[in-house]
Design a binder for this molecule. Structure first.
Ligand code: AMP
Ligand code: GLY
Length: 430
């Protein structure tokens, strides 16, 4: 095989990890990243092109003679970037817009799960706010209100009572807090249990499961405070039984891949069901059509197989020929965030200590850039993710936090309990 020109779409911590891994492949000729960030720049050429701008992505791919396009985030997939590039004869790692609806339309995902018997929360879809509120008032259980479309992870309100649910319905449908995503809402039964992310590579037929991982969404220790894009992650959850893991692989991920093929929407890329382990068994919280962030940051350091080979095999529909191997160890990733995040925060704050980090610890950049003086400065709410490996969760945590403490920027904050419950038995869940 002659070396490949690869274009990676996206610019967060996930894409830094993907670029780092793609660059380890002997099959790579050159990597371009659109738009990339200060971290991806070490592995290829950043190009200031928005990943959801299909015209711009298409002409960039043509200009650089891209052999393969690897898509990080969900927005370009929902916008049809895979369809567009495939029509131009370019191989793509990422599902078509029709297949990406498993994430971009919660209503579609719910119908699919119902049709093939994938366990999930009971739900109903509403186009009318008054009908939605009447349903909530009559519901025998607490509810979760979700804007139907993509809302950058922010369209979900987990409600404690009817008043909160009614307010969430008004915010989404009437005030349009999440834009058009709130035209319809999905009202779900509120589930209880611990969450885990199941990820798999698939070419629509063969499924290669990744290790399980867990992210930490709330901003403060003990899962307090508002939700964020993710304050850290670990892999694997030692509390997840092998029996439950197998059940998720077969009855959720593989069943969904087959259901998508049967629905005429063959699924190619990463399928990532977000799971909740309830007393009644594992149930789907949502499906995602791409790698999780920050899950990717703790998964890819454990991937032994050439990532570029996997992406290519997925794009070409021959994943059956590529065995995928993982390190058995534990990884912990701690996200360092800007002061004030997830509320208002400053950018342009200098970051120090990056050079003091151990050589086998990864620092994936989520929101940082080089200023005119070539100093690394903050440029986002989530700034960087420090990822360490260990033979045990204790070792991985200790090494991650030891390195986190060497990195300094004004206002920096992070959770001190990432992975702290990784080994705590499930029965201890409140
Ligand atoms: P989503 O964007 O659908 O993943 O939802 C974000 C978060 O809201 C999830 O990670 C859960 O913590 C919570 N959540 C979503 N749906 C439910 C549900 N039906 N029951 C309880 N919590 C939920
Ligand atoms: N870690 C959550 C997500 O990527 O959706």
């Amino acid at each position: 095989m002659s070396p490949l020109n690869v274009l990676l779409l996206g610019g967060g911590g996930r894409e830094h990890a993907m670029a780092w891994k793609l660059a380890q492949s002997p099959e790579l000729a050159k990597l371009w990243i659109a738009p990339g960030n200060a971290g991806t720049a070490a592995f290829g050429e950043n190009v200031p092109v928005g990943p959801s701008n299909l015209e711009a992505v298409s002409s960039l791919a043509a200009r650089i003679h891209a052999d393969l396009v690897v898509v990080g985030p969900e927005d370009p997939l929902a916008a049809g970037v895979a369809d567009r590039l495939a029509a131009e004869g370019i191989r793509v790692f990422g599902p078509s817009a029709a297949a990406a609806e498993i994430e971009s339309s919660k209503a579609f995902a719910k119908r699919l799960m119902e049709r093939v018997g994938i366990a999930t929360a009971a739900s109903a879809v509403f186009d009318d706010p008054e009908e939605a509120k009447a349903y909530v008032r009559a519901a025998p259980h607490r509810v979760v209100v979700k804007a139907d479309g993509l809302a950058a992870g922010k369209g979900v309100t987990v409600c404690d009572d009817v008043a909160q649910a009614e307010a969430a319905i008004d915010a989404a449908m009437t005030a349009r807090t999440f834009g058009d995503a709130g035209e319809r809402v999905v009202i779900e039964e509120r589930m209880r249990g611990r969450e885990t992310s199941a990820h798999a590579f698939t070419d629509g037929f063969t499924v290669r499961h990744m290790p399980f991982s867990c992210d930490h969404k709330p901003v403060f220790d003990g899962d307090r405070g508002p939700n964020t894009g993710g304050m850290g992650a670990y892999s694997p959850p030692l509390w997840l039984s092998e029996q439950t893991a197998t059940r998720i692989r077969i009855q959720v991920t593989e069943r969904a891949v087959r259901a998508m093929a049967a629905a005429g929407r063959p699924y190619r890329g990463v399928l990532y069901p977000g799971m909740m382990i309830t007393e009644e068994g594992p149930r789907v919280v949502e499906f995602n059509c791409r790698l999780g962030d920050p899950e990717t940051e703790v998964l890819l350091p454990k991937l032994r197989t050439d990532f570029l080979q996997i992406c290519l095999a997925v794009a070409e529909g021959r994943l059956h020929a590529v065995p995928v191997e993982w390190d058995p160890g534990v990884t912990v990733g701690v996200m360092m965030a800007s002061g004030g995040y997830p509320g208002r925060y400053e950018t342009g704050v200098p970051i120090e200590g990056g050079d003091d980090v151990d050589p086998d610890v990864q620092v994936f950049i989520a929101g940082a850039t080089l200023d005119q003086r070539k100093r690394l400065v903050t440029s986002g709410g989530r700034v960087l993710c420090v990822v360490a490996r260990g033979a045990s969760i204790e070792e991985a945590r200790e090494r991650a936090y030891d390195n986190v403490r060497r990195i300094r920027f004004e206002g920096a904050h992070y959770r001190s309990d990432i992975g702290a419950r990784a080994a705590e038995p499930l029965a201890a869940t409140p």
